[in-house]
Design a binder for this molecule. Structure first.
Ligand SMILES: NC(=O)c1ccc[n+]([C@@H]2O[C@H](COP(=O)([O-])OP(=O)(O)OC[C@H]3O[C@@H](n4cnc5c(N)ncnc54)[C@H](O)[C@@H]3O)[C@@H](O)[C@H]2O)c1
Length: 352
């Protein structure tokens, strides 16, 4: 079978998540290049994953121009997504792009338009859609045994981003809602086929108005109520004031039942006086009682999404609903309206 040749741009946290996923499907993929302006990070990943036919690059333009690949996987800070995606598409490559698709709706629209013009695909890396527990929840809904979902409450929260680029809106596009809320927003839009009717939001505002992160331009707390065209509701929350590890939670209340999913509540509880090596993403401490994650990258959906994208790229087809460039664009549009609603103190109707 022909293998997909992949160039990864970025060699930090997200690149490591993706490489872990690629390493589980080596029979389908060859990583032919990794690029980061910090070459030591590139070499560390090449060594960690034993990448034998992989070229190390420290310049994205050079990597895109020279690397003989089928797909470019963008794991760079948000403000760089647009330029490298456009260049890769124009070079005839399909693209995986990490969330959010871009820092502005205009850039995201340009990316989607360019993909269409070049007859290539943007695969939008929304891992929630491949988290096994969320997929099981969707199977339960599809079975009809809990009835129609009437109200969904969803949140992603933790204590703050590790990325220096997350501090300035110019580099990242916003605060907790664009970084974390982007997951539940995309998931719910996919579930409801983008058919939302009205939203009203509130955020902590950024900088001095934030609850904790006074040096961060984006908000560290955000919440939005959404009414969908089918008359049902959702509450979505994102914040950087949550300690004790990342929370990825969804509660779905239906006509004849309900489904509760908590990606961070694993089946193992451990107690350690010296502290474990690792428990779950963003946990501040590992001493005392903890809930160590079980195959966290799989549980959060990274493995499933990457394998899906590889399969789609090998077949030359687009991804599932929720994981296409257009879904990244629609998600960013809603997030920008969340910010507008919070800023202006108004409810916003869907004009499209
Ligand atoms: N899906 C998820 O759950 C998830 C989790 C983490 C990050 N992400 C996304 O992944 C992307 C990367 O985030 P991250 O946390 O890995 O890292 P990051 O944002 O801290 O930086 C990524 C890397 O980009 C490199 N870089 C910066 N400018 C560069 C340039 N001009 N040329 C080459 N390299 C450059 C940096 O050296 C760094 O190693 C972001 O868009 C983020 O939102 C998604």
């Amino acid at each position: 079978m022909r293998k997909l040749r992949v160039l990864i741009l970025g060699a930090a946290f997200a690149a490591d998540l993706h490489l872990d996923a690629y390493s589980r499907i080596r029979e389908k993929v060859d990583i032919v290049g990794v690029c980061d302006r910090k070459l030591d990070l590139v070499h560390a990943l090449i060594e960690k994953y034993g990448l034998s036919n992989c070229t190390a690059y420290d310049d994205c333009d050079k990597a895109i121009a020279e690397c003989d690949c089928d797909l470019v996987d963008v794991c760079l800070p948000n403000f760089l997504h647009h330029d490298v995606t456009i260049k890769a598409l124009k070079r005839g490559r399909n693209v995986i792009c990490e969330k959010p698709l871009a820092t502005t709706v205009e850039d995201a629209q340009d990316m989607v338009d360019t993909a269409e013009k070049m007859n290539k695909h943007i695969y939008y890396a929304e891992d929630w859609l491949f988290a096994p527990a969320f997929r099981k929840a969707m199977d339960i809904l599809k079975s009809g045994k809990v009835g129609k979902p009437l109200y969904v409450r969803a949140r992603e929260c933790h204590s703050g981003s590790h990325s220096p680029f997350a501090q300035r809106i110019e580099y990242c596009g916003g605060g907790a809602m664009v970084h974390l809320g982007v997951h539940p927003v995309c998931f719910l839009l996919a579930m409801k086929n983008n058919e939302w009717e009205e939203l009203v939001a509130m955020t902590s505002g950024g900088c001095e108005d934030n609850l904790v992160h006074k040096g961060m331009e984006g908000e560290d707390w955000a919440g939005v109520f959404i009414r969908f065209k089918d008359g049902t509701f959702a509450t979505i929350e994102a914040n950087y004031v949550t300690m004790g590890g990342m929370e990825d939670v969804m509660n779905i209340y239906c006509e004849s039942g309900c489904v509760h999913i908590d990606l961070s509540a694993g089946p193992i509880q451990a107690f350690s006086i010296p502290g474990l090596d690792y428990t779950i993403e963003k946990a501040e401490i590992t001493t005392g009682w903890s809930t160590p994650a079980v195959d966290e990258k799989h549980a959060l959906g990274y493995c499933g999404e990457i394998e899906h994208f590889v399969d789609c790229a090998l077949k030359g087809i687009d991804a599932e609903v929720g994981l296409r460039g257009i879904d990244g664009l629609e998600t960013l549009k809603v997030i920008n309206l969340v910010y507008q609603s919070a800023r202006d103190g108004v409810a916003i109707k869907n004009e499209s």
